[in-house]
Every structure is written in C-alpha cells, then in structure tokens.
Write a new protein. Structure first.
Length: 218
C-alpha cells in the first residue's frame, strides 16, 4: 500500500492521537544532527527536516541530488513528526515522496499519472470521491499540480484533500492538505507559493547558515 495513502487514510487520528513530541524536542534533535561534523559528508537525512524561522518553520526534504524546500508559516503550526503537521485547527498536512516506479505512466506524464494514481486508490476505499484540478491554486506552474479531492468515507464526515504534487527527476514530492473545512483555498495557495525544487544535493549546514544570516539582517 502506498505510504501516502495508508497514512492519509486515517486522517482523523492526526487529531485524536497527537504524538508526545514537543516542537522544542524535534528542533533540538534536528539541530544536533545538522551540526554534526560528519553529517554533511554522509548520507542525506532520510526524513524531512525543519529549521525554526521567525514566522514558522522552514522545511527541507531531500532525494538524491535534489531537494524541496517549503515554508510552514503562522503561530498555529504544530509539528507532529517529520511527515505530519497541523497547519491550523482541523487542517493537517502530510509530506511524502513517491517514486515514479510506483505508478503507471510515470515516464510520460508524471504529475497527471500520479494524480490519477491517488484518486484510483481513494475510490477503492471511500464511499465517494470527487476530483477537481485546481490550476488556479498553483498559478499554472508547469512543475507542480494541485488536485482537490472531496472524500466521503463510511464512518467519517466529508473531508477536502488538496494533493500537491511537485515533479522531480525520479518521482513526485507530495504535500496533502486535508480538512473537514471547505474554505482553505487561501491557505493552500499561500503554501504552494513557498514550494521550491532545488537541483543540487542538500547541504544542511549551508542551509542553516543561510537562514541564520537572513535572520541577522532583520
């Protein structure tokens, strides 16, 4: 079962079973890892990492010689673990990466094939799934696709899921924003605007230094 789907399927547990990790604990553990002298010369961090900035958290997720960076802004943001974030009350974000080998058509039309793959899975699991392309939320970027799903489960209330796929060399970086609320377009649009693919190997120490330098200029 694809990790994106298996974790997202029990979306409501994100709110019922909050992990007992404080944000300070996550940050402290990350910084200890980031500042280790041997870190930059060894393997890439296997999970997304986060660095505190003045208006939220800067996220980085690396795969091979590319990485994606994104911003989680606002005082209501709460990190649950590297993959699960509460952006606001009743609004959850799940971060993932899917290799193009996991879905058919990945070599021909990467983002559209990934979007259909996600929808096909949900249609097997939910009572009903409505799909809508939301190019208006991505400012018609060619490297990124936003798909809005309206999902009705057997025992859960209706939820909206905005699946944001960012094309990379070997697959798709995925950000799924889910909520029972229907009025989150502005939040999705704001988040999408922060997503950037960088075509180089992630140097964590360099990113930490860059962020510190930026904070020092303010």
């Amino acid at each position: 079962m694809p990790r994106l789907i298996s974790v997202s399927l029990d979306f409501y547990s994100l709110y019922r079973n909050v992990m007992r990790l404080s944000i300070s604990t996550i940050l402290s553990a990350s910084i200890l890892l980031l500042l280790s002298p041997a870190f930059a010369a060894t393997a890439l961090p296997p999970d997304p990492i986060y660095i505190r900035v003045d208006n939220g958290w800067k996220g980085f997720y690396a795969k091979n010689d590319q990485f994606v960076e994104y911003l989680l802004s606002g005082s209501e943001v709460k990190l649950q673990d590297p993959y699960h974030i509460l952006l606001a009350p009743r609004v959850g974000l799940f971060v993932d990466y899917v290799s193009k080998n996991e879905f058919a058509g990945g070599d021909s039309n990467l983002l559209e094939s990934h979007s259909k793959w996600v929808v096909d899975y949900w249609r097997k699991k939910a009572d009903s799934v409505e799909r809508k392309s939301r190019d208006d939320l991505s400012e018609k970027r060619k490297d990124l696709k936003v798909t809005e799903l309206t999902i009705k489960g057997k025992d859960n209330p209706l939820i909206k899921m905005h699946v944001i796929g960012l094309a990379s060399g070997d697959g798709v970086f995925v950000f799924s924003i889910s909520s029972p609320e229907t009025n989150i377009d502005s939040m999705v649009r704001e988040f999408v605007a922060t997503i950037k693919l960088v075509h180089e190997r992630l140097d964590v120490q360099e990113e930490v230094a860059r962020i510190k330098q930026g904070l020092g200029k303010k």
